[in-house]
Design a protein around this ligand. Structure first.
Ligand code: ATP
Ligand code: MG
Length: 353
């Protein structure tokens, strides 16, 4: 057994492991351009993740196409893209589970391929589903992992089970766990490593609404405690709720990278206003510097403006005796932008942030 974030039956193919911490796969050679924060560079603090020019090809398919990722300490970084975009493949390369065809990865300045398990100190996570021995209990699976990990991991099992709300089911066989419980056990398995960096591949996918909410709350709590998190998702709402930075991927390539706030601004900053005097409000909005557009709507008005401008406008309305019934940001702007970016058949530009 060679897994870190979960136990895995020995039938696992070495190049297709689901979890971090194993010796790296030895398939294709790696070309690794130098990175600023590489091992032994005393000039810069090593970043949790620095990936440059990552490519993974499977025959004709380019699953990952020159992906650059920079994850800073404290980031909750969303890796957002539709099915088949290359999220899991990228995470596998980050965790050293498969070799990149090209490019390089550094986790806290260490190379998961060249440095093997040492690169994964302080790092935990799993791709797709965590794997466990189904005929053993959750507790026993964690004990086996802790024994493999050493470094006091065994002493953290109780706390980890408590954190993921599995204490009551700890003695039950994992084979009888629901999908959500297995996901949570996967996180518990990561937590016993006391990671500084947690990589999660669509942790809430397949869970019911309550399970999704709990999983997001858990990720949020871990992030609030100072853990750096990279999580992949195909749900804009999830990334919006949890992440401060986001990379949007399509067909293996990053088509937008940056702060979520900037993405929201790029989405057009659409708002709906309902006031005590919509006519005056419309006139004031149109005259207000920075308001890109203001249009009458049934029972209110619609406008496009940046966050700060909307705040100024609300003060101006008040100064003119116009009261606000509602001032609502429109999600459609962001939704549309996401769909445009991920579904467009033309070659998307790659804005720098
Ligand atoms: N081992 C493999 N052999 C051949 N093709 C692969 C392999 N792994 C991934 N691919 C291909 O690479 C592309 C990206 O797959 P990947 O699983 O990384 O996408 P994803 O973004 O995680 O998708 P999903 O949201 O469905 O999980 C797909 O076209 C997939 O078929
Ligand atoms: Mg996937």
């Amino acid at each position: 057994m060679s897994e870190v974030a979960s136990t895995a039956p020995p039938t696992n193919r070495s190049a297709e492991r689901s979890t971090a911490g194993a010796a790296p796969a030895a398939d294709a050679p790696v070309t690794a351009p130098a990175l600023g924060a590489s091992r032994g560079d005393p000039g810069r603090a090593a970043l949790p993740i620095e990936a440059r020019g990552l490519v993974k090809r499977y025959g004709e398919i380019t699953a990952v196409d020159h992906v650059d990722l920079t994850v800073e300490p404290g980031d909750v970084y969303g890796f957002l893209g539709p099915n088949g975009a290359g999220k899991t493949t990228t995470l596998r390369m980050l965790l050293g589970l498969i070799r990149p065809s090209e490019g390089s990865v550094r986790l806290f300045g260490r190379d998961p391929i060249a440095d093997g398990i040492h690169a994964l100190e302080g790092v935990a996570g799993f791709v797709e589903e965590p794997r466990f021995y189904p005929y053993l209990s959750g507790q026993k699976n964690l004990e086996l992992l802790a024994a493999y990990d050493g470094g006091g991991a065994a002493g953290r099992i109780d706390e980890a089970l408590e954190t993921v709300s599995l204490t009551a089911r700890r003695r039950h066989r994992v084979g009888g766990y629901s999908h959500g419980m297995k996901q949570r056990l996967g996180i518990a398995a990561a937590l016993i490593r006391r990671p500084k960096l947690l990589l999660l591949d669509e942790p809430a996918t397949g869970l019911d609404p309550g399970g999704m909410r709990d999983m997001r709350a858990l990720v949020r709590r871990l992030a609030d405690e100072g853990m750096t998190v990279l999580l992949s998702s195909h749900l804009l709402t999830e990334v919006e709720e949890l992440c401060n930075r986001v990379a949007i991927v399509r067909s293996g390539a990053v088509i937008h990278e940056g702060k979520l706030d900037d993405l929201l601004a790029a989405a057009g900053g659409a708002y709906r206003l309902e006031t005590t005097d919509d006519e005056v409000a419309l006139r004031l909005a149109r005259a207000h510097p920075g308001v890109a557009e203001a249009l009458p709507e049934p029972g209110g008005l619609g406008l496009r403006a940046e966050h700060a401008v909307v705040a100024e406008l609300s003060l101006e309305l008040a100064a003119h005796g116009v009261g606000l019934h509602a001032l609502t940001p429109r999600r459609a702007g962001l939704e549309e932008l996401f769909l445009r970016l991920t579904e467009s058949s033309s070659t998307a530009s790659k804005p720098e942030s």
